[in-house]
Design a protein around this ligand. Structure first.
Ligand code: ZN
Length: 360
């Protein structure tokens, strides 16, 4: 069997559930938008800036890591900037062969120049619609669903949850909380999660990234999360040996088919995992958890969906069969209606992988 090339991976349909809008800007766009609002950047050379983002996020310093988002968020404070960033996001994902993506952002971080929460959401939704239309015209159709994120250290989760439900018929498909895990348990936002459950709405929770099992347990058993943002630390509840033993929480997550939004490069960058080869995604796939592959922050990690897949091919020797498995896992776990998920699986993903599998 010939090794799978990066170019082939780009052409294969992929589904992405965990991608941050403020973590995926084009460096050249950051430079142009910063000039418009007089925001000072570390450098105004797009290539050097792209490298700066990756290096700062790699530095191991939380201060530098947070500074990267300070720059992207600073240039996303107007209707036109939000719209442009969202449109380019849809186009970039589509060009990378992503056929379905859920992109998340925190509306409360885009209120510095007098936009209201609803205006922020409307601008991003308009951008995704514009980018998706352009992608379809370019022959690379993509469906983008939006997730609204509330910051876990803040106290606006109820308001953001209501905002998400208000825009559910125009493109917002779910809710999320993000930010520092330690010291800010998801149970602080119980009201918001209970509200969303009463509204029959979907949500994922960033949990089990750096912080361990208690955070995952709370997200699922107290808050009722449909999916886990990362969830990689679920491996702490698995005893590895000749016959891996699952603890009660790990068994529950697997039995209930709770999707894990795994982000390999991001986890290595933040030190949650030592290397791609040592990433628990290999074990979690072997044990048939509902594992999915994601980008998290494409700009800060210098990555793409195809690159993440290629890294896994290299580290674990995966072939098209495994890449299809991850892709269908993601599509099954999407927050859009069941019939729409099925249509993408049956009409887009399966026929394309059947061809790729047949070529071997
Ligand atoms: Zn994330």
């Amino acid at each position: 069997m010939a090794a799978i090339s990066y170019q082939d991976i780009v052409k294969a349909p992929k589904a992405l559930l965990h991608d941050h809008l403020d973590g995926g800007l084009r460096p050249a766009t950051v430079v142009e938008l910063a000039a418009e609002v007089d925001h000072e950047l570390p450098t105004t050379d797009p290539e050097a800036l792209g490298r700066w983002f990756v290096e700062a996020a790699n530095s191991g310093s939380l201060e530098q890591y947070l500074e990267t988002f300070a720059h992207t968020v600073a240039v996303m404070q107007t209707e036109s900037a939000l719209r442009r960033v969202a449109a380019e996001c849809a186009l970039d994902l589509a060009a990378d062969g992503v056929v379905y993506a859920e992109v998340r952002f925190a509306p409360e971080q885009h209120l510095e120049r007098d936009l209201t929460l609803d205006e922020v959401v409307a601008a991003v939704l308009a951008g995704f619609a514009e980018g998706s239309a352009a992608a379809a015209a370019a022959g690379t159709p993509i469906r983008v669903g939006t997730l609204l994120t509330a910051m876990r250290h803040a106290a606006r989760s109820q308001e953001i949850a209501e905002l998400a439900v208000r825009h559910r018929d125009t493109g917002v498909v779910g809710f999320d909380i993000a930010g520092a895990e330690a010291g800010f348990p998801p149970t602080r936002h119980l009201d918001a999660f209970e509200y969303l459950q009463r509204e029959n709405f979907h949500f994922t929770i960033h949990a089990g990234e750096a912080f361990g099992l208690p955070s995952i347990w709370q997200a699922i058993q107290w808050c009722g999360a449909d999916r886990l943002g990362h969830g990689v630390r679920i491996v702490d509840d698995i005893t590895v040996g000749a016959e891996p033993q699952l603890g009660r929480l790990a068994a529950y997550v697997r039995d209930k088919r709770i999707p894990l939004e795994l982000c390999p490069s991001s986890n290595v960058q933040t030190g949650a995992v030592a290397s791609i080869a040592e990433h628990p995604i290999g074990l979690l796939r072997d044990l048939r958890f509902r594992a999915t592959v994601n980008t998290d922050n494409r700009l800060m990690s210098g990555t793409s969906m195809s690159r993440e897949m290629a890294l896994l091919v290299e580290a674990f020797g995966y072939g098209w069969k495994e890449l299809q498995w991850f892709t269908i896992n993601a599509m099954k776990s999407a927050f859009i209606p069941f019939d729409e998920r099925l249509r993408i699986i049956d009409e887009v993903i399966k026929p394309a992988y059947a061809k790729l599998l047949g070529q071997r």
